[in-house]
Design a protein around this ligand. Structure first.
Ligand code: ADP
Ligand code: MG
Ligand code: MG
Length: 354
C-alpha cells in the first residue's frame, strides 16, 4: 500500500519562496510508486489552499501555488478524505510533511495543530519547535545543558521603554562592543544588527524591537561558522561538519538569500578532535530541546580554538543545495534517502506516543 503524504509548504513568513523551492525539490525526490502526495499550499497571506493529488514532478513552482478558489480551512487541509470516511482511520494521512520556516510553521504552532488532530508529522514537536524559535529560551536551555555560549542579556520592549539608558548601560557593563542585537523570535537574520558604538546600539534596539517584543543582545565574536546536521529521534546521529564562509561582515539576510555568494565548505577543514567535539555538542543541543527528526546545530569556532554554540534550527533550509541536505549527502545519506528517513522517523515517533 502506498504511503499517504500531505506536503505543507509556502507559509506566512519571509521564507515563503524558499519553502516553495523546497516543495518542488521534495516532490521530485519522492518515489511516486511508494507515495501518494497531496499538496497543501499556504499563501503569503496565510490562506490554506489544497491542490489535487500530484501525478508527477512539477516543472515550475507556480504549479504549486493554488489560487483562492482552492481555499480551505486549515484543519480541512489536513484531512485526506471527508470526515465521514475518517471514522475508519484509513482515511487519514500517514504523514504530514511541513516544509515551513520561521514563525507560523517552524515555531510549534502548526505542530500544535497537528497534535490536536492526532496526525503523524515530520520533524520537531511543539516544545522543540517553539523553544528553538525563541533565542532567549533556547540559550537558557543550552546553558542548563552546559553548552558553551557567548554571554548574552535579554530585554522586553516595555521595560526598555521605561528606562532606555539603563538598558544600554546594562549592555555596556555586561556585554560590551562589538555586540549583536537580535529579535528573540525570528530567523533568516531579519532584524539583526552588529553594534560597535552607543549610537549603533540605540539604533539596533529600535530595529530589533520592530520585529518582536523581546530581544537578545550577545557578545560579538570573530569566528568561523561551522554547522552540523543531526538526524534521529531518541538516538540521534550527526553529520560531518560544514563551514559557511560569508563574504560580508556577517551572514545577514542578503548574504543568505539575495547575493547567494557565501560559500559552503563540506566537510569543514578542522583541527584534530574538533569534529568529534562539535558532533558531541550538536547531540547535546538536540537533546536539550527534546528535538525529534532533524536539527541543524550552528557553532562559532574562534582562532584560538574556542567553540560556542550559536543556535539550532528546527526546520533548516532544505532545498537540495542547502547546508543540511548537503551535510548528509557528504555523510552518506543522499537527498531522497534523507527525505525517506525523515518520514520514517515521523511515523515512528507518532507510533511511540500512542
Ligand atoms: P538567525 O536565526 O536569523 O540565523 P543567527 O543568530 O544565526 O540568527 O545570526 C545570524 C548571523 O549573524 C550568524 O550566522 C552570524 O554570521 C552572525 N552572528 C550572530 N550572532 C553573532 C555573534 N554573537 N558573534 C558574531 N557573529 C554573530
Ligand atoms: Mg536561526
Ligand atoms: Mg543562524
Amino acid at each position: 500500500m502506498k504511503t499517504k503524504l500531505c506536503l505543507l509548504y509556502g507559509g506566512k513568513s519571509a521564507e515563503h519562496e524558499v519553502s516553495l523551492l523546497t516543495a518542488k525539490a521534495v516532490i521530485q525526490a519522492l518515489d511516486l510508486t511508494k507515495y501518494d502526495i497531496d499538496p497543501v499550499y499556504i499563501s503569503a497571506e496565510g490562506e490554506w489552499r489544497k491542490g489535487p493529488k500530484l501525478e508527477g514532478p512539477v516543472e515550475h513552482v507556480s504549479a504549486l501555488q493554488f489560487d483562492s478558489t482552492q481555499a480551505i480551512s486549515a484543519t480541512e487541509g489536513l484531512q485526506s478524505t471527508s470526515l465521514a470516511a475518517q471514522q475508519s482511520t484509513s482515511g487519514q494521512y500517514d504523514i504530514i510533511f511541513p516544509l515551513l520556516h520561521g514563525p507560523n510553521g517552524e515555531d510549534g504552532t502548526v505542530q500544535g495543530m497537528l497534535e490536536v488532530l492526532n496526525l503523524p508529522y515530520v520533524g520537531n514537536g511543539v516544545l522543540a519547535s517553539s523553544a528553538g524559535m525563541d533565542k532567549i529560551i533556547m540559550k537558557n536551555l543550552f546553558m542548563q545543558a552546559g553548552l558553551p555560549q557567548v554571554s548574552y542579556v535579554s530585554f522586553i520592549r516595555s521595560h526598555w521603554d521605561q528606562d532606555r539608558a539603563e538598558a544600554y548601560k546594562k549592555v555596556e557593563d555586561e556585554i560590551g562592543y562589538p555586540c549583536f542585537i537580535k529579535p528573540a523570535n525570528l530567523g533568516s537574520s531579519v532584524g539583526i544588527s552588529k553594534c560597535t558604538t552607543r549610537e549603533e546600539l540605540e539604533a539596533g534596539f529600535i530595529e530589533a524591537f520592530q520585529y518582536d517584543r523581546k530581544i537578545i543582545v550577545e557578545q560579538g565574536v570573530k569566528a568561523r561558522e561551522i554547522e552540523v546536521g543531526v538526524l534521529g529521534n531518541d538516538h540521534p546521529e550527526t553529520s560531518v561538519p560544514g563551514e559557511i564562509v560569508a563574504k560580508k561582515d556577517f551572514y545577514d539576510y542578503k548574504a543568505k538569500y539575495v547575493d547567494g555568494d557565501s560559500v559552503m565548505i563540506i566537510p569543514a577543514e578542522l583541527p584534530g578532535g574538533v569534529t568529534e567535539q562539535l558532533q558531541k555538542m550538536a547531540k547535546i543541543a538536540f537533546q536539550s530541546l527534546d528535538c525529534a527528526g532533524l536539527v541543524r546545530a550552528d557553532f562559532f569556532l574562534t582562532a584560538d580554538g574556542e567553540i560556542y554554540i550559536n543556535e539550532v534550527n528546527t526546520m533548516p533550509g532544505f532545498t537540495p543545495y542547502s547546508m543540511f541536505p548537503l551535510l548528509w549527502e557528504n555523510s552518506g545519506v543522499d537527498y531522497p534517502a534523507l527525505i525517506e528517513r525523515l518520514i520514517e522517523l515521523g511515523i515512528k515517533r507518532h507510533e511511540e506516543k500512542q
